[in-house]
Design a protein around this ligand. Sequence first.
Ligand code: XMP
Length: 183
Amino acid sequence: MSDRSPREDVAEVLVSEQEIQEVLDDLAQRVTSDYADKNPLVVGVLTGAFVFLADLVRRLDFPLEVDFVAAASYGDGTVAGKLELTKDVNRDPNQRHVLLVDDILDTARTLSTLTELFVERGAASVRACCLLDKPSRRAVDFNADYVGLEIPDLFVVGYGLDYAYGYRNLPFIGVLRAESYRT
Ligand code: XMP
């Protein structure tokens, strides 16, 4: 096993630690003005959202509850698969204001399906908050209510985002060197 720093595999830092802090401050302000009196159920989408959610909720100085879902899409690999919950929330979302939190909005299949699910379960409201958005990759007509930053169609890692289960611990968001992808 290599003990090389994951930083050595990064070709370019796309969003620096400093920039992430600024984006978080802005998102936290917007979420606070909409949710301060709503005791929301903040639902992180595992695994990628764990760092973002942890940093976001520590900026929210009002009552809220944190819960998590994990979702996997299954199919034959060529067409978009159906979304399956591999971990569900512990709290009952009925009559709750649900704020879904994810690392990145890509095709939007995950968050649009989760939004429908929580609406069906009787949530009082369902909104989505993403740190990153790749609008050029959309497969379904869905946008998040709170977006930190729009980025181009690049595969990014760090700050919770992985490649092959690695790199989630990088404190910034970056693009890997071509030779770091396993073939
Ligand atoms: P949707 O359903 O919007 O799914 O296509 C979003 C999920 O796709 C993953 N994803 C990425 N993960 N770097 C990653 O590490 C990326 O650039 C990237 N783009 C999409 C991620 O799990 C996200 O929650």
